[in-house]
Design a binder for this molecule. Structure first.
Ligand code: HAM
Length: 426
C-alpha cells in the first residue's frame, strides 16, 4: 500500500464537532460586532511581502523567521498573511475608505506563521480581528474592550484577565529604549542568547522573554510608563477611567510590549490560566502611525484580534458553552418504495423549517435506528411499505422511551412542530 499523505505540520483539519464550536463562536461574535456597528471586510490571504516588513517591522520574530514567503510565477515576492491588520490598512488606503472617516471593521480567517507548533500555537491558525480608524481618543479603545467583555459574557466564558500597557509615541519610546539598553548592558553577562541577540536590534522584546532565568532582570527593568509623554499618559489614564466606569477590572503590566512593531500608546491582552503556555486569547492596541507609514494620510487606528483555536479550546472547558446541532428527526427508509418517497417527504418537512437527516444508502431497521440515535435526533420517522400504503409515518420519540405513534403524512408537520413546542408555520 502507498504511504498516506499527511497534513502539513502545524496545520489542522477542523472536524465537524470542532467546527460546530467555531460556528457558535462566529455567530455570537458576529451578533456582538454588529450590535456595535462594525462591518465585515474580506481580504486576500496573499499580500506582497513588503507590506508585512513595513508594518509588523523587519526586526520582529514574525518577519525575521516566521513568514511563509515565496516568489510566484511572475517573480513577485508574496507572503501568506501572518496577521490581518496590515492587509486592512493596505485595503483602506487603496480603496480610499480611511481618510477623514470613522470606520469600524472586522474580519475572520486563517493566518500563517512558521512557529514551533505546540498546543494553542499552530502554523495555520485563525483570527477574528476588529479594527477602527479615524478616532484618536481613548473612548474607542474602551469600546474595543467593552466588545471583548460582552463577547466573553455572551459565550459564557469567565476567568479572563485583562492586562494593559502604554507604549507611548515613537519619540518617547526611543528615549525609553535608550534607558532600557543602558540597564540591560550592565547585566550583559546574565542575559540569555536570545536577549543578547535582541539587545541592539529590538531590546523591548527582551521584556517579553518567557525564560525563567530572565524574569528577575525583567522585573527590575525601568518601566516604559515612566517615560510616557504627557498626552500619552493622559490618554492612558482616561482609558483606565472609562474601564473603571464600566466595571471592567484590569492589571497594568509595564513589561507587555507585543510582538509587532506598529503599536503606539495603548496595548492590551486578555489571558487565561486554563490553557497552559499559550494563554493569550485576544490581543491588540492602538497603531496611530501605521496608515501614514504604509503611504496613507495620518489616521489614528486601534484594534484587536482573537485567536479562534485558543478561544474554542477555552469554550470546550466550559461544558455548557456550546449547543451541538442535532436534527429534529431522522428519516428511516425501509424498502425500495420508501427510499423513493422518503427523499421528497424530507424535502417537504424541511420546507416547514424542520431539520431532517434522511437515511441514504439502504440498510435494516436496527442499523438505521442506531444511526438516528448517534446523530442525537429527537424523532425517528419510519417509512416502510405499510406506511406508504396508508399515507402515514411511524414516529418514534427517541427521548420518550421510544414511544411510537402512527401519524398521517398530511398532519406530520403540525405534529412534529407541536411535539417540539414550536408554532407550526403551515
Ligand atoms: P497577535 O498578538 O500576533 O496580534 O495575535 C492575536 C491573537 O492571535 C493572539 O493573542 C493569539 O490568540 C492568536 N495567535 C497568534 N499566533 C498564533 C498561533 N501561532 N497559533 C494560534 N493562535 C495564534 C495580531 O495579530 C494583531 N494583528 C492584533 C491587532 C489587530 N492589533 C491591532 N489590531
Amino acid at each position: 500500500m502507498r504511504k498516506a499523505i499527511q497534513a502539513v505540520r502545524g496545520m489542522n483539519d477542523l472536524l465537524p464537532d470542532v467546527v460546530e464550536r467555531w460556528q457558535y463562536i462566529e455567530s455570537v461574535t458576529r451578533d456582538v460586532l454588529s450590535a456595535y456597528g462594525y462591518r465585515e471586510i474580506r481580504l486576500p490571504v496573499l499580500e506582497k511581502s513588503e507590506l508585512f516588513a513595513r508594518s509588523i517591522g523587519s526586526e520582529t520574530d514574525i518577519v525575521e523567521k516566521e513568514m511563509y514567503s515565496f516568489e510566484d510565477r511572475s517573480g513577485d515576492n508574496l507572503t501568506l498573511r501572518p496577521e490581518g491588520t496590515a492587509g486592512v490598512v493596505r485595503a483602506g488606503i487603496e480603496n480610499g475608505f480611511l481618510h477623514n472617516q470613522i470606520q469600524r471593521l472586522w474580519y475572520a480567517g486563517p493566518m500563517f506563521r512558521h512557529e514551533r507548533p505546540q498546543k494553542g500555537r499552530y502554523r495555520q491558525f485563525h483570527q477574528i480581528g476588529v479594527e477602527t480608524f479615524g478616532v484618536d481618543s481613548p473612548d474607542i479603545d474602551a469600546e474595543l474592550i467593552l466588545i471583548c467583555a460582552r463577547l466573553w459574557r455572551n459565550l459564557g466564558l469567565n476567568g479572563l484577565t485583562l492586562q494593559l500597557n502604554s507604549l507611548g509615541t515613537d519619540e518617547s519610546r526611543k528615549v525609553y529604549r535608550g534607558e532600557l539598553v543602558n540597564y540591560l548592558k550592565q547585566l550583559k553577562s546574565r542575559l540569555d542568547d536570545d536577549s543578547l541577540r535582541r539587545l541592539e536590534k529590538n531590546p523591548l522584546r527582551i521584556l517579553d522573554s518567557k525564560n525563567p532565568a530572565m524574569q528577575k532582570i525583567i522585573s527590575g527593568a525601568p518601566s516604559i510608563l515612566d517615560y510616557l509623554d504627557e498626552p500619552s499618559l493622559r490618554h492612558f489614564e482616561m482609558f483606565g477611567d472609562y474601564l473603571k466606569q464600566a466595571g471592567i477590572s484590569y492589571a497594568i503590566n509595564h513589561a507587555m510590549v507585543r510582538g509587532l512593531d506598529y503599536y503606539t500608546r495603548t496595548v492590551f491582552e486578555w489571558t487565561t490560566d486554563r490553557l497552559g503556555a499559550q494563554s493569550t486569547v485576544c490581543a491588540g492596541g492602538r497603531y496611530d502611525r501605521l496608515v501614514e507609514h504604509l503611504g496613507g494620510k495620518p489616521t489614528p487606528a486601534s484594534g484587536f484580534a482573537l485567536g479562534m483555536e485558543r478561544l474554542a479550546d477555552l469554550l470546550a472547558l466550559h461544558s455548557d458553552g456550546v449547543r451541538t446541532k442535532h436534527p429534529h428527526a431522522y428519516m428511516i427508509l425501509l424498502g425500495e418504495a420508501a427510499q423513493k418517497h422518503g427523499l421528497m417527504l424530507s424535502e417537504r418537512l424541511r420546507d416547514a423549517e424542520l431539520h431532517i437527516e434522511c437515511h441514504c444508502g439502504g440498510g435494516g431497521l436496527k442499523a438505521q435506528l442506531k444511526r438516528a440515535d448517534r446523530r442525537g435526533a429527537r424523532f425517528a420517522l419510519l417509512l416502510g411499505d405499510e406506511e406508504i400504503r396508508n399515507r402515514s409515518v411511524s414516529v418514534k420519540d427517541l427521548r420518550d422511551g421510544g414511544a411510537q405513534s402512527s401519524v398521517s403524512q398530511e398532519k406530520l408537520v403540525e405534529y412534529l412542530h407541536e411535539k417540539l413546542g414550536r408554532r407550526s408555520k403551515t
